[in-house]
Design a protein around this ligand. Structure first.
Ligand code: GLP
Length: 255
């Protein structure tokens, strides 16, 4: 696990953008697993700039997103398809037909999940998976639970998550209660993982992620078992890690 602590959100976004653009430059046809939420917005803005400056080229990249709310169409402003189009895809030279987000309006959600995993397999797996983290330890929408799932599946959102995500909706009643999410297995199969966290409200969970017990109650703790994880966090999110700013590389673990 490589841990990079940055001064603030802006620097976190720049460092993560460099990780990702360097990765694409070393593998122009990379399959990127992408994430939504407030945290990666700055990173997407940086990648848009790098693309405009011709420092990174998305023309051969394929993207596959982690999750989507069930019941929202891609035109709904809070759907993750809408988020990706309006915060990223519309501003870069990616081929939209090679961007995948689960269909939250599929008639048969279970079948949609099976097809999504087939799609990932057909693409040869995910090369680099980008993640945020919920303050309850969720990744994608894999919520704390007694057990976790390998593959893409439908899930009920945790109360904490509904509350946290209600800031994006007019009222809490509008927040969907269910979502489609890639499973922990799908995430762990990615060859490389880049996780971002920013702000004091993530400090507790970041400590669990980096040095806590590996438990399904903190789904992100599973990442301790991955061979190639880069965690980019700002100082506020590193508050409980007794570190200083600048680049800090934690001794590499993983299987
Ligand atoms: C959401 C998403 C996650 C995201 C997390 C944190 O519910 N499903 O992929 O990482 O919550 O979001 P934020 O970055 O807004 O704190």
């Amino acid at each position: 696990m490589k841990l990079i602590v940055t001064k603030d959100y802006e620097e976190m976004s720049k460092v993560a953008a460099k990780e990702i653009s360097d990765f694409i430059n070393s593998k122009p046809e990379a399959v990127l697993g992408l994430a939504t939420g407030g945290t990666p917005k700055g990173l997407y803005e940086e990648l848009i700039k790098l693309n405009k400056q011709e420092i990174v080229d998305f023309s051969n990249v394929t993207s596959i997103n982690l999750d989507e709310y069930i019941g929202l169409s891609g035109e709904h402003e809070q759907s993750y398809r809408y988020f990706m189009d309006h915060n990223f895809f519309n501003y870069i030279n990616i081929d939209k037909s090679k961007t995948f987000v689960p269909n939250g309006l599929a008639d048969n959600i279970d079948l949609e999940c099976i097809e999504y995993d087939k799609k990932i397999a057909e693409l040869g797996g995910i090369d680099l998976q980008l993640l945020g983290i919920g303050s309850n330890g969720h990744i994608g929408f894999n919520e704390p639970a007694e057990y976790l799932y390998m593959g893409t599946h439908q899930t009920n959102l945790a109360k904490d998550t509904i509350e946290a995500n209600s800031r994006f909706f007019k009222s809490i009643d509008e927040v969907p209660r269910k979502a489609i999410t890639m499973g922990i297995g799908g995430i762990m199969k990615a060859k490389k993982i880049v996780l971002l966290a920013s702000g004091e409200n993530k400090a507790e969970v970041v400590k669990e992620l980096v040095s806590g017990k590996i438990t399904t109650e903190v789904p992100a703790s599973m990442l301790q078992m991955h061979r190639d994880v880069v965690i980019v966090i700002d100082e506020a999110a590193a508050k409980f890690l007794s570190l200083h700013s600048g680049e800090y590389i934690k001794s590499s673990s993983g299987l």
